[in-house]
Design a protein around this ligand. Structure first.
Ligand SMILES: Nc1nc2c(ncn2[C@@H]2O[C@H](COP(=O)(O)OP(=O)(O)OP(=O)(O)O)[C@@H](O)[C@H]2O)c(=O)[nH]1
Length: 466
């Protein structure tokens, strides 16, 4: 670290201006002035910088300007945009989040850019930093929040991740979590943590988290220095050493879904009423995103489910088959497909009515679901035709499944009206994926086997190619 005059003389581009005059100006300026060399090492800071960031000259000796940034990505990003020898513009105005020596983060207006010598060569960089007023900081964060919510290229999960990063930046607290509460268990759904020490899916006992207080209060709350608070014996402090925390319940459709919270192993400044209001706003926005995600998931499940039986519909079971065919090709494991069709089903409709036919279809779907392995997938292909996908299964396994189903059907009366039941027989076609099969040819062979079973008198299994 050098006095301004020395520092300036190290930057040949400034020799035409009296360095001592510059030093006088910089010493008087209320804005922080940081001068860096071409490699972004700090060569000069004025007294306002030392006051604003809380560093002594000696702390900054040999440091790159990265020391000032709240987010290391911003240092890299600014290097690409402005602080590089080929940067086009001279001085530029922008807003940036910075970190002080004590860890507190603040938003500031910055005017900075490249210093060039008379020949136009870059010899260093300069930045003037003025902290934004609290209201400006809130407006900046609100603008960013709006940009996230309105971004059509992000899905709900990407938006929640971006909101976590935004909140962590706003509060200056590096750990951000969106949790779901399952009874007494706190499950991490989304998180940001500096050392990647936390990942989605991690579970904790709710009483061991600060969020238990947030949920009890049912509103945003914060602790800025746990060691000096009445909860210094809290298991979360004892286990994780988190000194500061701000969190809020997340409501989805009027019910508590989980929590949004930000925390740090370092103490921070006391939280203001505005912080708590802002916390609520973030939690409400996340709640809205979770609701969106749930609606999207419900819609997609509906689009893939057969309404009558609850089984996968034709589209969904075809997707399963596509995936399983590709998987079987890669793994070399066998794959069988079983096609099932209720015999003389039309008679049930004709005799007891369509509603009775529906009942029989639902009862058969329940039998199918009850008799499959965890990995097998069943679907209704249409009408009274059903498909069972049997991964990792050859023809003998497929035969066994068909036999079991036909045996169950033979001894299971299905109710068609009050006091009346029928037993229904099954025709079945079975095919194993062959080396030359495509999905279409496999389905075609299963279909032909089923047709053969029907033509051969029903109540039987026919295997493709036999
Ligand atoms: N209740 C009900 N009936 C359906 C549904 N979908 C298709 N069907 C009826 O299923 C019957 C199928 O008749 P067919 O194709 O002649 O078959 P089948 O009577 O079972 O005769 P085989 O298959 O040759 O043994 C038709 O009467 C369709 O109207 C449904 O969702 N609910």
């Amino acid at each position: 670290m050098f006095p301004a005059t020395d520092a300036m003389s190290r930057l040949p581009g400034l020799t035409s201006v009296s360095p001592s005059l510059l030093e006088d100006i910089f010493n008087q300026l209320p804005e922080a002035v940081v001068v860096a060399d071409k490699d972004r090492y700090v060569v000069y800071v004025n007294p306002a910088t030392q006051r604003l960031f809380g560093y002594d000259q000696s702390d900054l000796a040999g440091q790159r300007t990265a020391i000032f940034y709240a987010d290391p990505h911003d240092f890299d990003d600014q290097g690409e945009r402005r602080y590089n020898p080929s940067a086009e513009s001279g001085m530029d105005n922008y807003r940036m989040s910075y970190r002080c020596a004590d860890g507190t983060v603040f938003l500031a207006h910055t005017c900075g850019g490249v210093i060039r010598d008379p020949s136009g060569e870059t010899c260093g960089y300069i930045a003037l930093v003025r902290p934004a007023r609290p209201a400006e900081k809130s407006i900046d964060t609100l603008q960013r929040l709006h940009a996230i919510s309105a971004n059509p290229n992000m899905d709900s999960d990407a938006r929640i991740d971006a909101i976590l990063a935004l909140g962590a930046r706003h509060f200056g607290l590096p750990v951000a979590i969106q949790s779901r509460i399952d009874g007494e268990v706190y499950v991490v759904e989304h998180c940001v943590s500096p050392d990647d020490g936390l990942s989605p899916g991690a579970g904790f006992e709710l009483p061991g988290t600060y969020c238990v207080h947030t949920l009890k209060a049912n509103r945003p709350i914060g602790f800025h220095h746990t060691a000096h608070s009445e909860i210094h014996n809290h298991p979360c402090y004892l286990n994780f050493g988190l000194e500061s925390y701000i969190g809020s319940p997340i409501q989805v459709e009027g019910r508590v879904y989980g929590t949004l919270n930000f925390s740090s192993p370092d103490p921070c400044r006391p939280f203001s009423q505005d912080d708590l209001i802002f916390m609520q706003l973030l939690a409400d926005t996340v709640g809205h995103e979770i609701h969106e995600r749930q609606m999207r998931d419900r819609l997609s499940a509906l689009a893939r489910t057969d309404e009558l039986t609850g089984l996968a519909n034709r589209r969904a079971i075809t997707e399963v088959l596509e995936w399983q065919v590709a998987h079987s090709r890669r793994s070399g494991l066998p794959l069988c497909v079983l096609s099932l069709d209720l015999d003389y089903f039309k008679r049930i409709n004709d005799t007891w009515g369509h509603a009775a036919g529906d009942k029989v279809l639902r009862a058969f779907a329940a039998i199918l679901l009850g008799s499959r392995r965890e990995v097998d997938r069943c679907g209704r292909f249409g009408g009274e035709e059903f498909i069972v996908v049997l991964p990792d299964t050859g023809l003998s396994g497929g035969r066994a499944v068909a036999r079991r189903l036909r045996d169950t059907m033979a001894v299971t009366p299905l109710s068609v009206s009050d006091g009346e039941s029928v037993t229904v027989t099954l025709s079945a076609g079975l095919a194993e994926l062959g080396p030359d099969d495509t999905l279409e040819s496999l389905l075609h062979r299963v279909d032909a086997a089923l047709y053969e079973a029907k033509n051969g008198g029903r109540d039987r299994l026919c295997v493709a190619g036999e």
